[in-house]
Design a binder for this molecule. Structure first.
Ligand code: PLP
Length: 372
């Protein structure tokens, strides 16, 4: 069989490397016959989601034969109230992943350049490649974005600059004033895509007043998600806040029913439970400190993180450590695809999950020592 048509597929797609998701718990269960598995691989909320969400989902279940509201009127109303923006500034997506893709597809053609940083969230690269646009990857500074390098990389052909703040998988955070000065210096014809997927995990004093910047910079777009602190990763709901004309344009490309009826109902309920976000923040704060002191004791290097995860530097290829942890029923995330083959990213879990991870890591490191 010749499959000649494969050679004729869109070149941007043919050359893509598939996204490597965290290993699902069910898969490891099947492979190892283990029953107690701890998944700390996808930065999900270890507390689950708000009980109000479960209630809202139960109620909405009787409506699933209906199409969702294509414009997400009620959710946009709740979001605009929550954020202090206009509903016409919002773009809803099937996860912020889809929103990022829609934004880039709306503006970027194969003649254009997209700037992003080394070790930044991989979706920027995947979408840029799929569009056969020119990817301009600036070198990282201390594992984070080098804003000066990003400024210098801007040309007449630059359409979008992507910034993840905090960044995944490194957890680095840009200083709010430096970020503001950077945005101010970006020419008005270049869009800035500021991805704030982990914003809820920041100490209030570290949060950039990015919503208020939208009034000043028409070319600024904020991207956020319900997948992380809100605990709705499985429902897929993300959004962008942008200039109304940007939102209007992207909403033309967006397919009408891209966010489900259940996801919309859940997100509205999630926004109504600020206590749950507060609890999630607090658990993460306390458990991050605990993990950090454990790593210091063990003399394992790590990148100081502003998200709900920590990235460890094992000082040697991390793949065998990943495998050894899997064998003990602990799923973490290898990030060689981010140009970080010696690192592993670990989501901060519950106290108990973290204990299991720490015990497993200790065992695995001891084994490696004895082997070496
Ligand atoms: C997890 C993540 C997202 C996307 O999450 P969705 O589930 O698609 O909303 C976006 N940006 C960053 C930096 C992330 O880590």
């Amino acid at each position: 069989m010749s499959c000649d048509f494969i050679q004729r597929a869109h070149p941007g797609v043919r050359e893509l490397h598939p996204y490597q998701p965290g290993k699902p718990t069910s898969e490891l269960e099947r492979e190892l016959g283990l029953s107690q598995i701890v998944k700390l691989a996808s930065n999900e909320n270890p507390l689950g989601c708000s009980p109000r969400v479960i209630e809202a989902l139960r109620e909405a279940a009787s409506e699933v034969h209906r199409y969702p509201d294509a414009n997400g009127f009620e959710l946009k109303k709740a979001l605009s109230h929550h954020l202090g923006c206009g509903p016409e500034q919002l773009i809803l997506g099937n996860g912020s992943n889809e929103v990022l893709e829609l934004l880039l597809r709306t503006f970027v053609t194969s003649d254009d350049e997209v700037i992003y940083s080394e070790h930044a969230f991989i979706v920027y690269e995947l979408v840029t490649q799929s569009l056969v646009a020119r990817a301009v990857k600036t070198p990282a500074r201390e594992w984070g974005h080098d804003l000066e390098a990003m400024s210098r990389a801007i040309t007449d052909k630059t359409k979008v600059v992507c910034i993840a703040n905090p960044n995944n998988p490194t957890g680095t955070l840009l200083d709010s004033d430096e970020l503001y000065q950077f945005i101010k210096g970006v020419p008005p014809h270049v869009l800035i895509l500021l991805d704030e997927a982990y914003g809820e995990y920041l100490e209030p004093s570290a949060r950039a007043p990015s919503i208020s910047w939208l009034g000043e910079f028409d070319n600024l777009i904020l991207c956020r998600t319900f997948s992380k602190a809100y605990g709705l990763a499985g429902l897929r709901l993300g959004y962008a806040v942008a200039h109304p004309r940007v939102a209007d344009l992207v909403n033309r490309l967006r397919e009408p029913f891209n966010t489900s009826l259940l996801a919309q109902a859940a997100a509205i309920a999630a926004l109504g439970d600020s206590d749950f976000i507060e609890q999630s923040f607090e658990l993460n704060r306390v458990q991050k400190l605990r993990l950090e002191s454990f790593l210091q004791e063990l003399q394992v290097d790590y990148i100081s993180s502003h998200g709900n995860f920590i990235t460890l530097d094992l000082g040697q290829p991390a793949a065998p450590f990943y495998q050894a942890l899997l064998a003990l029923g602990v799923i973490v995330r290898p990030i060689a695809g981010y140009g970080m083959p010696n690192h592993l990213r670990v989501t901060i879990g519950t106290e108990q999950e973290n204990q299991i991870f720490m015990d497993a890591l200790k065992r695995v490191l001891k084994l490696a020592e004895n082997d070496g």
